[in-house]
Ligand binder design. Structure first.
Ligand SMILES: CC(C)(COP(=O)(O)OP(=O)(O)OC[C@H]1O[C@@H](n2cnc3c(N)ncnc32)[C@H](O)[C@@H]1OP(=O)(O)O)[C@@H](O)C(=O)NCCC(=O)NCCS
Length: 139
């Protein structure tokens, strides 16, 4: 059970609910989960599940973002954990994502959850910043 306090505001598990987890083809799923505070969406994660190199069932985290005013409340971590649970149910072998090598909050979040630095992708982003590919092996 997740309970987060910030001043007078308190969030619990009801704060989070599945937005959409829909199957779009036999080998491809899309997972989207958002974090709500009252009527406001304050965080979201978007992922896909597909087959990598005809071998591994790969979960890919395409987007994760938390509203600036709601950061450091474990909302991002909770969204990633929920997405990983959906990927486990989808029998994924691994989860991967890319993040800027300079993105300390994201690196801390993912490394706390057991992701490892798998590859450095030089000048991966349009702004010239390198990316790190992070990976979590599920089995
Ligand atoms: C990255 C992001 C999603 C983190 O969301 P969040 O809800 O604040 O994350 P959490 O509260 O779950 O924090 C996870 C860990 O990261 C750390 N962290 C969060 N923000 C941090 C910051 N600005 N500096 C250093 N560490 C930070 C937290 O302390 C926590 O580690 P701890 O438990 O050891 O203290 C959020 O900062 C964001 O939306 N950034 C912009 C978009 C982005 O970069 N997305 C990721 C792209 S892959």
């Amino acid at each position: 059970m997740l309970v987060v306090d910030k001043g007078n505001e308190q969030y619990n598990n009801e704060f989070f609910y599945p937005w959409e987890a829909k199957r779009t083809s036999i080998s491809y799923y899309r997972i989207q989960i958002r974090a709500m505070h009252q009527d406001k969406c304050v965080g979201a994660i978007v992922c896909k599940l597909d087959i990598h190199k005809k071998m591994a069932r790969r979960g890919y985290i395409a987007m994760l973002a938390v509203d600036e005013n709601y950061r450091k409340l474990q909302i991002g971590s909770s969204l990633v954990k929920k997405a990983i649970r959906a990927m486990v149910r989808g029998e994924c072998d691994e989860v991967v994502l890319e993040t800027e090598i300079t993105n300390k909050p994201a690196l801390r979040l993912y490394e706390n959850l057991g992701f490892l630095r798998d590859k450095r992708l030089f000048r991966y982003y349009l702004n010239g910043v390198d990316a790190l590919r992070l990976k979590l092996w599920l089995r």
